[in-house]
Design a protein around this ligand. Structure first.
Ligand code: ZN
Ligand code: ZN
Length: 163
């Protein structure tokens, strides 16, 4: 990322590459690469909409040798703190997660189908600099999530109204 203020292209996730990259990062940081944890990664990579820890736990119980609830929660927390999953604000009560990767990323979330588009960087740099100057606030970070309707859901709406 050369210029974090520039809104760059939407980054589409290659899920197989995501699983391999996380495994490599885990190995590099001496995390244990157990079968259940790798299968958890595959489950996470397959979600196209935000999932909760409980949903992941339930879905992973379709596997042979499923991970325990503690492993699911701990793995999610590790992935989140390293930037491999992002928290998504959802209307439900449970925290939503989606596969992501480390860096300055934000998300567009469709309020109809729940699909998430990740993009890199944002244009808040000048605003934050000015805010910090005006308020003497030492800004450490920011949260930004965009919501609306994705291109596919808009098309569904158009074809419905034409009928
Ligand atoms: Zn949608
Ligand atoms: Zn930003």
């Amino acid at each position: 990322m050369t210029n974090p203020d520039r809104v760059s292209k939407t980054v589409r996730m290659n899920l197989e590459a995501w699983v391999n990259t996380v495994c490599a990062a885990w190995q590099a940081t001496h995390h244990r690469l157990t079968g259940p944890r790798i299968r958890l990664l595959r489950h996470i990579a397959n979600y196209t909409t935000p999932f909760s820890a409980e949903q992941l736990y339930a879905d992973s119980h379709q596997d042979d040798m499923p991970p325990g609830r503690a492993t699911v929660y701990r793995t999610l927390e590790q992935l989140h703190s390293a930037g491999w999953v992002a928290r998504i604000h959802t209307t439900g009560t449970e925290t939503g997660y989606i596969a992501s990767w480390p860096g300055h990323l934000h998300h567009l979330v469709c309020t109809d189908c729940g699909s998430v588009i990740t993009f890199e960087g944002c244009g808040l740099g000048d605003l934050l600099t000015n805010l910090s100057y005006q308020t003497s606030f030492a800004i450490e970070g920011h949260l930004l999530q965009i919501y609306g309707r994705c291109a596919e859901c808009q098309e569904v709406g158009v074809s419905d109204s034409v009928r």
